[in-house]
Every structure is written in structure tokens, then in C-alpha cells.
Ligand binder design. Structure first.
Ligand code: GLU
Length: 421
């Protein structure tokens, strides 16, 4: 797992660029376009002071990195984490470009991050840090330029502070500057569940292809944040047995099945899923190797590697996290017949409903939850079908196919627009 600010053996950016190199060969990509796509367009690093509760001033470092905007404004979340580093944010920005292209929404990719430990900060400190960071990056964000959203350890409240800070500098409310806001200030129905819901829709399609039923299947979920806990709940409600889950402090297992709502209540009370009554403890490494039908990595990047990929005993891996599988691990999983639903497809439901939110904000006209879910289902199912067809045509895995689709769409936009001047 990529932790504590230290790039692990394979840096996330190196991994992201190597994925492009690999697919460029498969699809005979124009080397000039590959050169452009192997860089981030704009990289902003900010070091900014925040008054802490004890009266001291602390300087935080944050990033907002725009990989590409050839298909539309940049889009992507902001993460708060002690371990976030520039190469990681660059990779995450690039993955957003591909993700938006796979599902065909008119955005490019960006990502942001602040090096901090939100678990050790008061609400006041978090608000002041968020507002100052929003002000620092306000020179490059905006509804027609770059639209942030929640990511690891940020939430609707953080988005509300960013929206308010940006609006104060303009002198009027600008709801379209961020997505993932609370409903009361221009958020969208369904945004909170969107990543997990989109992930579920593609799992459903994958099950049809494999002749598998969700009802009665077993699922394991690594990570119990917004994506992981809701994915566990949806699978449970659809009749799957969730046999193990984890968070940053460790994991729990019960072969008879866990109740995801009850586990969430335990986490809210104690700070972790660990110690949930009637469960057996497992580590975050062990959880990935538990035999199951559906495995959902929903935490951080780089957790499925050449070392553990051969021990994974599942039929489907649905990547709710960004970048959980290294390229070497991909090859092993493909050889072993595991169907990997890649991040840029499997977790694209979040940014898809972010797109709906932005459109609704720009129109000042709002849709109800059933309408959002129907639209999300249509986009996810179409994206799955497109990727699946390419995988069959090229006899390649679903990640390669998703990249062929995404890079092809971005390359087409470049060819049409040309290189300025
Ligand atoms: N952070 C989410 C992601 O990685 C959502 C991004 C967004 O909604 O803009 O896809």
C-alpha cells in the first residue's frame, strides 16, 4: 500500500505512464499524441499557513494537478492524507482523464491533495485549512475550468467550504465549482452512493457474462470509506454474502456473512471495523487472499502486486479504488482467469453523477433519485459493453480494453483540435 508519503517500489506516476506505454503499442497510438498524454498539463503546488487551535501556525503543502482538458474542463477529487505526494496526484489526475473518456462524459482529468492527517485535526482546523487551500487553488479552478470533488478523507462538508470560499471571492454563489456538495446547496441526489452504485452496475454486467448470480455469491471488500462501505451494503441488499471487510486499521471476517450497516455503525462508534462482535481479525494483506466470488479493493493504490496476485482466489475484482493493481499483477490475474473490472471503469460512477450534479447546477434544474440512477445505469452498462467488446476484439484484458477506448477518444479529440499554435 502507498503510505506515509513514501513512494513505494513502483511510484504511482511511473505506473500510470507505463500503462499508457503498454496500451500505445497495442493500439498503434501516434507517438506525438503519446508524448503529450504522458505529461500533466498544469501542476500547482501550494504551501500555505493555517492557524491551529493551540495558537501556532502550521504550513501545509497541497497540490492541484490538471492532466488534460482536451475533451472538456478538468475534473477530479481532492484527497487529504499524510501520505499524499505529487507523483500520486499526477497519476490520479491522469486516471481521471481516462475515466471520464471511458464513460464518455465531457471532461478532462485533474486531482488535488493536501498533506495532512484529518483524523488528528479539529473541525475548525479542517475548515480553515480547506478554505485557505480553496483560495490558493482558486486561480485554476472554476465551473468552466476545473471542478473538484470528494476523494479519500474529504466529504460533502469539505466541498461546501470550498464552494463557499470560491463564491465569496466572486460575490455570488457558484455551485458548479465543486461536486459532491450537500443537497441543500446544489448537490445531486445519488451522488453519495454513486461510486459504489456504478461499481455494482458493472459487477452485475460482469456476472451476466460469467453466468454468475450475485445472490448467494461471496464478497470481500478492502476499505470501508464512501466507496467500500456502500458497495458492501448494496451487495448485501442484493443477496450476496459479505464475508470480510477492512479499513486502515485492519480487517474482520465472518464466513457466515457480515451485516454492512451494523459494521458501519460499529466503525462510527469505535473509529474502526476492527473488533466487530462475532468476527475474526484479518490483516489488510490477508483480506485480499480470502477465497470469494467478488473482491473489491476500495482503499488505496498499489495493493495487488506481483507478490500477492498469484494467491488471489476470486472470480471478479471490481476496482472501487484508484490504481489498486500494478501492471505485473494484472498480467498474473489475466493468466489465472480472474476478470478484473479496472478502476477507470468500475469506479467511474462517482464522476458520472458528479457530471450530473454539475449539469444540474448549470441548468438550475434538478432531477430525482430514480432519474439519476437510471441515467447512471445506462452510462455504466454502455461503458461496460464497449470495453467488453474491445477486450474480445483485441483478445486483451478489460484494463487494456478500457485504456484503448479512453486513449482513443482523447487522441481523436487531439487530432480534431490540432496542436496550438
Ligand atoms: N474522487 C472520485 C474519483 O476518483 C470522484 C471524482 C469526481 O467526482 O470528480 O473518481
Amino acid at each position: 500500500m502507498v503510505t506515509a508519503g513514501k513512494p513505494q517500489p513502483l511510484d504511482a506516476w511511473e505506473m500510470a505512464v507505463s500503462q499508457v506505454d503498454h496500451v500505445a503499442k497495442l493500439m498503434n497510438l501516434d507517438p506525438n499524441i503519446k508524448e503529450v498524454l504522458s505529461h500533466c498539463k498544469r501542476e500547482l503546488i501550494v504551501n500555505f499557513p493555517v492557524k491551529m487551535d493551540d495558537g501556532s501556525t502550521k504550513v501545509f503543502t497541497g497540490f492541484r494537478i490538471q492532466h488534460n482538458d482536451v475533451r472538456g474542463p478538468c475534473k477530479g477529487g481532492i484527497r487529504y492524507s499524510p501520505g499524499v505526494y505529487k507523483g500520486e496526484v499526477m497519476a490520479l489526475a491522469m486516471w481521471m482523464t481516462w475515466k471520464c473518456a471511458v464513460v464518455g462524459i465531457p471532461y478532462g482529468g485533474a486531482k488535488g491533495g493536501v498533506i495532512c492527517n484529518p483524523k488528528e485535526m479539529s473541525r475548525g482546523e479542517l475548515e480553515r485549512m480547506t478554505r485557505r487551500f480553496a483560495s490558493e487553488i482558486s486561480i485554476i479552478i472554476g465551473p468552466e475550468k476545473d471542478i473538484p470533488a470528494p476523494d479519500v478523507y474529504t466529504n460533502p462538508q469539505v466541498m461546501a467550504w470550498i464552494m463557499d470560499t470560491f463564491s465569496m471571492t466572486r460575490g455570488y454563489s457558484v455551485p458548479g465549482v465543486v461536486t459532491g456538495k450537500p443537497l441543500a446547496i446544489g448537490g445531486s441526489e445519488g451522488r453519495n452512493d454513486a461510486t459504489a452504485m456504478g461499481c455494482y452496475f458493472v459487477i452485475e454486467e460482469a456476472c451476466k457474462k460469467l453466468g454468475m448470480e450475485i445472490k448467494g455469491s461471496t464478497a470481500v471488500v478492502q476499505g470501508y470509506g464512501n466507496a467500500g462501505n456502500i458497495a458492501a451494503r448494496i451487495l448485501h441488499d442484493k443477496g450476496a454474502k459479505v464475508i470480510a471487510v477492512s479499513d486502515s486499521r485492519g480487517g474482520i471476517m465472518n464466513p457466515d456473512g457480515l451485516d454492512p450497516r451494523d459494521v458501519l455503525a460499529h466503525k462510527e462508534k469505535t473509529g474502526s471495523v476492527v473488533g466487530y462482535p462475532g468476527s475474526k481479525p484479518v490483516t489488510n494483506a490477508e483480506i485480499l487472499e480470502i477465497p470469494c466470488d467478488i473482491l473489491i479493493p476500495a482503499a488505496l493504490e498499489g495493493v495487488i502486486t506481483a507478490e500477492n496476485a498469484g494467491n488471489i482466489k476470486t472470480k471478479i475484482i471490481a476496482e472501487a479504488a484508484n490504481g489498486p493493481t500494478t501492471p505485473e499483477a494484472d498480467a498474473i490475474l489475466f493468466k489465472n482467469g480472474v476478470l478484473v473490472l479496472p478502476d477507470i471503469l468500475a469506479n467511474a460512477g462517482g464522476v458520472t453523477v458528479s457530471y450530473f450534479e454539475w449539469v444540474q447546477d448549470l441548468m438550475s434544474l434538478f432531477w430525482d433519485a430514480p432519474e439519476i440512477n437510471t441515467k447512471l445505469n445506462r452510462i455504466m452498462t454502455t461503458a461496460f459493453d464497449n470495453v467488453y467488446k474491445i477486450a474480445q476484439q483485441y483478445k486483451c484484458n478489460m484494463r487494456e480494453a478500457a485504456y484503448i477506448l479512453a486513449i482513443g477518444r482523447v487522441a481523436e479529440a487531439y487530432q480534431l483540435r490540432g496542436i496550438y499554435p
